[in-house]
Design a protein around this ligand. Sequence first.
Ligand code: ADP
Length: 660
Amino acid sequence: MFSVPDSVVEPHAGAVGGGRARRSLWVVPLVASIAFVTGVLVWAYRTEMDEQTERRSTMIADALSSEAQLRARLDTEMARLEDLGRHLATVPRNAAGLAGDPVVVEGLRGLWLSVTWLDSNNRIVAHVPDQQPLSGLRIKDLVDGPGVSSHLTLQAGGERLIVRYSPALLLRRGIPWWLTRKYDVQLVDASEQVIASVDEVPLRLESDGRLSYMVLVGGNMPGAYLELTSRELPLPLWRTLPLVLIGGFLALMLISTVLLRRQVRQITRAQDAWRTEAAWRQAMGDSALVGLRARDLEGRILYVNRTFCDMVGLPAQVLVGLMPPMPYWPPEVADEMALRNQRNLEGHAPREGYESLWRHQDGRLINVMVFESPLIDARGKQTGWMGSIIDITARKQLEERERHQAEAMAYQSRLTTLGEVASALAHQLNQPLTAIMGYNGGLQRMLGNPGYDVDAVRNALKNQGDQAAEAGRIVRRIREFLTRRGPQREACQLDAIARRAVELVQRDLKTQHIQVQWALADDLPAVYADPILVEQVLINLVRNAADAMGAVGHGGNVRIASASAGQGFVRLDVEDDGPGLADRTIEQLSAPFYSTKADGMGMGLAICRSVIEVHHGGMDAGKSSLGGARFSFTLPVFDPVLHEESLAGEDARAAWENME
Ligand code: ADP
């Protein structure tokens, strides 16, 4: 899922060749279609050729059979004429006699147009049907006369019989109807002049590619040919239906190839983009200074980057696929780690990250800051967790060093103020001790009285006890203050700390005639801090203000204000009406050993700032509304969920440190 294959990031020659071959796959359907179409064309051409040969053979057979039928018909007519010749002697030698002969009647009903009887001198004996005067009729007219196309002649005992008939009628009656549907049937002479045609208007067709065949009629029609021409106009091959379909198919193939190619290009572009992105991601993952770790919903490691591997001292091949407990968990805190891991997988990891302690393979412990976020796939479904891990060991060590330094300095500063504290203590203790003495004297007096009031004695004893407790509290606080120890954070009220701090320096302020104005906000949430250290910071700031005002004259005002400061912080300002800071920044003022005082150490503000930063707060300085300087600091608001847990974490760490 996360590991990018080498071939993707650094494609080798084979992969490139394969990619190219894959990119050209779109040609395959086109080539296959062209091969298919070529095959179909060859098949269609051969079929067409076969069909033409077939049609030609059929036509030849039809022509020969038609010619035979025509010849048979002519032979029939000739036989009829011969029958007339045989009994001509019995026929009266006039037109009426000839017209009455049954053979003549039969012939005229059939193909015969006229019958002419010539004697041995070529004089007309009779002519039927006779519409013309015999004297005007010549033999040439008989043979070639209008409407006459052909004739039959019979020699009968020195006399002749000439029968005229219409070749067109002969064709129409002698050729079967189905053949005339298929073909143009014509009789032509040797010079291809049309003698007769089955059609009303005989057409001499120019060669237009139609099939045609001629056969010599012979017999009683010398020099005449029977010609059959196919009525079907031969369609050019490209106009036949299969070829039209093939053409359409090819066009569709071309269109789909163009679309396919476009699609393939888009996919290729998307693949290239994906490869580049994968390579970038890999490079980014490897070059990131933050350790990256992706896990599935069960906690199995899916991906780790190089920084992560360096952090824990294990290669990715070992880490990927591992399930908790992880090899980088210190065995001493494995149970705590398992609980935290369970919490994280359930989606309750703190959004702002959490600190953890891991162990490098070489055995050294590392402090890490872990930020978990859900891993979402393309469909928006959560598939696991992505963790960013920062190694904060160096920072932690630095913080620790600073903390120790701050503590040492604070200790020094506490010792310096010890004298003042001792006098404050004496002053504060004086009050409860005096009160205790007073109650003691009163009690003795009361008890010397025989009928003393028991309730009054009990009341005096209680008050005496309260005063003793107050004295004990004062002593305890001074002891705590003087004891050297690390920050012990707890939920505490900032305004209470401020009031206590001012109480401790009250004597000095009074001596210097400095008024304290309070501007504390009501209902401020508790802060998460060490009250003793924060008290020290405040004492320092108030004392600095007093020093600054004391340097310019007697008296002055200090204003202490608190307010909420945005998300999760509380702010406290200490302002004065002294000479101000003259544009000096907090960085300059809090630099170690910076002081403008003759006897100043220049460490006060440095310590204050590091104390505040140890508490994850911030410090700032500027102009005061009173006209002098303003020093402000912020502290985090106590969060029960977050801080209880880190309290528990600190306890666990402390326990472990103790074990060590
Ligand atoms: P020190 O008090 O030993 O000089 P600090 O670090 O507390 O050291 O203070 C550093 C310097 O900051 C002081 O010497 C002074 O010049 C300046 N400073 C601190 N507080 C105030 C203030 N309230 N008004 C003006 N200057 C101040």
